[in-house]
Design a binder for this molecule. Structure first.
Ligand SMILES: Nc1nc2c(ncn2[C@@H]2O[C@H](COP(=O)(O)OP(=O)(O)OP(=O)(O)O)[C@@H](O)[C@H]2O)c(=O)[nH]1
Ligand SMILES: [Mg+2]
Length: 403
């Protein structure tokens, strides 16, 4: 029986494991925070007579690995031998997700995009033009709501088509400055022994001097991939024009970021005005040279105030309540004729220690419940208590640091 290995990639917390569970019927760990999947998990499923092995890999923001999870994701996508990669995206913040999509399109033999969380996008007044996105990226795009399984069957049909078609060369890759494009094309022309990976990807890694990646490429291709004299000549030509390795890396990242921004601008429509307008406004204020540092100092001053003075108020309040309750219980025990040592052990010992621990530990365990399944964010009384008492926790940790 032929089984096609497909990787499920994407940014952290976009619903990869939810898509995986929906398809395979398995129970991979899901939850509303980033970094739950730390190593690849595999499961199988069948669609229209085609058999798949699906790999749920850790979330990553980039293939230029910055963490162990990102390195694991990069290694699986580039060297894991998957026939195709399905990149899961969060429809509510497509722009940020597209950066990884562009990198994977360039590196993997076959890629398709799964725009997930369409229910959340709808609730936020966002509409994604999936057809236009498909045209702009040059790869199949499917929209799904993995939580309810909506759109998953259609996505599988597109995946079957993709698997059955021969791998095509990337037609819509991200354009780089002319000098870099020309150098990458010349280097790619020299990489005859690169057969499994995209020559463009490898040539760009040579241009940016990514030694670790090239070492992995050599292992994967089973032959030494290194710069020869001719490639060194191409690098020297570029360097004379002012393109250092760092500058080339900057150009590649900037090109991906700008293309992601432009693509998102074209495909995301909002009934409430531009979805990114508020973020951009806040970025302009908090990241500006003029207001950035004063804003940071103000925040630090606020944390300092909570540490030194602010946290005392709620802490005292909770302490007083719990200890007053302890006194009442103590009176009750004594009037019931309990011996002094029992009152000492139970109230002065066990209860008061427990009361103190609870007042410190309870707040971070309660809290702000934002379940993606719910249409609205639920602000419970526990959230208010948690918000108030998180100050105490900051205070506690800071005090430990200070002493
Ligand atoms: N409303 C809604 N929630 C979803 C949908 N898909 C996933 N979720 C929720 O999104 C959260 C993250 O889902 P996961 O499947 O754990 O995400 P992941 O990409 O595997 O996360 P990491 O492994 O940490 O990278 C969970 O709370 C899911 O229940 C969806 O289509 N709609
Ligand atoms: Mg996961």
């Amino acid at each position: 029986m032929v089984e096609h290995l497909v990787a499920l990639a994407g940014n952290p917390n976009v619903g990869k494991s939810t898509v995986f569970n929906e398809l395979t019927g398995m129970k991979q760990h899901t939850g509303n925070w980033a970094g739950k999947t730390v190593s690849a998990a595999e499961g199988s499923f069948e669609h229209d007579g085609v058999n798949f092995i699906l790999a749920d890999i850790p979330g990553a923001y980039s293939l230029r690995a910055n963490s162990a999870e990102e390195a694991a994701a990069r290694d699986f996508i580039c060297f894991g031998g998957a026939e195709a990669v399905v990149v899961v995206c969060d429809a509510t913040c497509l722009e940020r997700n597209l950066n990884l999509v562009l990198q994977i399109i360039e590196s993997a033999p076959k890629t398709m995009v799964c725009v997930n969380l369409l229910d959340e996008a709808k609730a936020k007044g966002l509409r994604i033009d999936l057809e236009l996105l498909e045209q702009l990226l040059g790869v199949p795009v499917s929209g799904v709501t993995a939580r309810s399984g909506k759109g998953i069957r259609e996505m599988c049909s597109r995946l079957c088509d993709l698997i059955e078609k021969p791998a095509k060369k990337i037609s819509v890759h991200t354009a780089l400055p002319d000098d870099i494009e020309a150098a990458a094309a010349r280097i790619a022309g020299k990489l005859d022994n690169v057969r499994k990976l995209s020559k463009r990807t490898v040539s760009l890694r040579i241009l940016t001097g990514d030694e670790e990646f090239l070492r992995r490429v050599s292992e994967y291709e089973g032959t030494e991939i290194a710069a020869d004299n001719e490639i060194y000549g191409i690098l020297a030509d570029l360097s004379e024009k002012g393109y250092t390795k760092e500058k080339i890396a900057d150009c590649i990242i900037t090109a991906d970021v700008e293309r992601s921004r432009e693509t998102a601008r074209l495909v995301v429509r909002s009934t409430k005005g531009s979805p990114y307008r508020r973020d951009r406004k806040l970025d302009r204020i908090f990241l500006s040279r003029r207001f950035g540092i004063p804003a940071m100092l103000l925040l630090l001053a606020l944390v300092m105030w909570i540490t030194v003075a602010g946290a005392n108020y709620p802490s005292e309040l909770l302490g007083n309540c719990l200890f007053a309750l302890g006194d009442k219980m103590s009176e009750g025990l004594v009037s019931a004729g309990a011996p002094g040592w029992l009152e000492g052990v139970l109230i002065q010992g066990v209860y008061k220690v427990l009361a103190w621990v609870v007042s410190v530990m309870l707040p971070p365990m309660t809290g702000y419940t934002k379940n993606r399944k719910c249409k609205k964010q639920v602000k419970t009384p526990a959230f208010c208590i948690s918000f108030l008492f998180n100050g105490i926790n900051i205070s506690g940790s800071n005090m430990i640091l200070i002493y």
